[in-house]
Design a protein around this ligand. Structure first.
Ligand code: SAM
Ligand code: SF4
Length: 469
């Protein structure tokens, strides 16, 4: 069987697309490998959001030249956002590349790879077709033991934030039909997946253009799928966060109490220049409303520091917003100049040293809140969906002869715990089971606790109770 190696760079949408690439190539007989040396076809699924991600892609492609010299039959493909943005230029820059394809070409991939393989042609497909071409689901999905998976519900974006490449490389916003989305999630749930994260650049506007119903209606349909226990989504744009969607958090049992609501800046002046189409006051009002409906709601966000023209006073307002909201976690990025986006031509570009300094200050300020929101869980029981073994080395006092398991709370916090020989059978814990964990320690990026009960089977009864509740 020919082997396919995929290097995925970037966001969750690319993780999902890489699975679609694998599925699209299954009819050609390719099976996925984690060993680059074994591959007959290597695909780099690229990200163009920041310059660093783009450099990472080109450096990996550079390394492939040596592999191809040793293995002349190797086919090298570049997909994703950099492929869409650069097209033919990639072939000129990297002679080892045989195929360049944009995100919308994935359903055509089987034919494109065959053209390269049989005719030994170099092929480019970055056609920006309208709407969404669905992949045939009949081939199913490879069950690789993942219990939480991503499902893209829409592509592209119409918002044109002035710093962002997405509308240029992913095209106009288009939503998948709910029947396709629900069928895919039913198939995943039947295969043992217990949690899905619905993906889109602005899920709040799902279905509006095509009149496919609202996002809250889609969530209601997903909530009814048997075997599925948890629903998450990302990303929500604050300008479109409707009362209907906020109310869904109070109404739908499976919808986890966590929202990722990127704010980008705490200054109205910067938000306007970013074309975000909401103000700080609107953002705060939406947060208050979310907390009214779910007081236990975990809230995370994205910030960009050093946007062109961001003054010290603007940045202080961002720090002030962190204090006011008390986020559970943030992702913060230094503004990265993207020539295709309008902000590239804005006056007041900020130098790297100042961006770095602001990033450090922001992260330091947030650290206090992340720790305090994690510490607030100490002594409380959390339901954890076990995903696998922890990759984090345990601290001395946590180390036992037993391996550390890892999973997430409904609020999306990572919890590590040791299997407790006094609790249920030695092999009671496994990926895909819910475990009740009493939290004992809180760190910046994770929690640690002791198991109290272990589900006997997915969706089944709580098993042994081990420690006094
Ligand atoms: N659609 C989402 C939204 O509107 O919030 C964001 C999607 S984008 C893939 C993820 C994050 O990357 C953004 O929230 C933003 O913080 C960051 N980002 C986007 N363009 C950037 C740029 N040019 N420089 C730095 N960060 C950027
Ligand atoms: Fe980019 Fe803005 Fe669209 Fe998000 S909403 S993908 S930041 S243009």
């Amino acid at each position: 069987m020919p082997q396919l190696y995929i290097n995925t760079i970037g966001c969750q949408m690319n993780v999902y697309d890489s699975d679609q690439i694998e599925r699209a190539l299954a009819p050609n007989g390719y099976s996925r490998t984690n060993q680059l040396e074994d591959a007959d076809l290597v695909i780099v699924n690229t990200c163009a959001i920041r310059a660093k991600a783009e450099q990472k892609a080109f450096s990996f492609v550079g390394r492939l030249a040596r592999l191809k010299a040793r293995k002349p039959g190797l086919i090298v493909g570049v997909g994703g956002c950099v492929a869409q943005q650069e097209g033919e230029r990639i072939l000129a820059r990297a002679p080892q590349v045989d195929l360049v394809f944009g995100p919308k070409a994935i359903p055509r991939l089987a034919r494109l790879v065959e053209r390269v393989r049989v005719q030994r042609l170099r092929v480019v497909d970055i056609e920006d077709t309208e709407g969404i071409e669905e992949l045939d689901l009949s081939s199913g999905f490879r069950d690789d033991g993942q219990v939480a998976r991503f499902v893209t519900i829409m592509q592209g974006c119409d918002n044109f934030c002035t710093y962002c490449v997405v509308p240029y490389v992913r095209g106009r916003e288009a939503s998948r039909h709910p029947d396709h989305i629900l069928a895919e999630i039913r198939m995943l749930a039947a295969g043992g997946v217990r949690e899905v994260t619905l993906l889109g650049q602005n899920v709040n506007s799902y279905g509006q253009k095509e009149k496919l119903g609202t996002f809250a209606e889609l969530l209601t349909g997903v909530d009814q799928i048997d075997g599925l226990d948890r629903i998450r989504f990302t990303t929500s744009h604050p300008k479109d966060l409707s009362d209907g969607l906020i109310d869904a958090f109070g109404r739908l049992d499976k919808l986890c109490p966590h929202i990722h609501l990127p704010v980008q800046s705490g200054s109205d002046r910067v938000l306007k220049r970013m074309n975000r189409q909401y103000t700080r006051a609107v953002y705060l009002e939406r947060i208050a409303r979310l907390r009214q409906v779910r007081p236990d709601m975990a809230i995370t966000t994205d910030f960009i520091v050093g946007f062109p023209g961001e003054s010290d006073a603007d940045f202080e307002q961002t720090l002030g917003l962190i204090e006011t909201v008390g986020f559970d976690g943030v992702f913060a990025f230094m503004y990265s100049d993207r020539s295709v986006a309008p902000a590239s031509g804005f006056k007041g570009q900020i130098d790297d040293a100042q961006k770095k300094e602001r990033l450090q200050r922001l992260l330091q300020q947030q650290e206090v809140f992340t720790l305090s929101s994690n510490r607030a869980l100490i002594g409380r029981e959390q339901e954890v969906l076990v995903e696998g073994f922890s990759t984090r080395p345990g601290l001395a006092e946590e180390n036992t002869p037993h391996r550390q398991w890892s999973g997430r709370t409904p609020g999306n916090k990572i919890v590590n715990f040791n299997q407790d020989p006094d609790c249920a059978a030695e092999d009671a814990v496994r990926p895909g089971l819910m475990v009740g964990v009493r939290i004992e320690k809180a760190y910046s990026h994770s929690l640690w606790g002791r198991p109290i009960w272990v589900e006997e089977e997915p969706g089944g009864l709580k098993g042994d109770t081990c420690h006094a509740a």
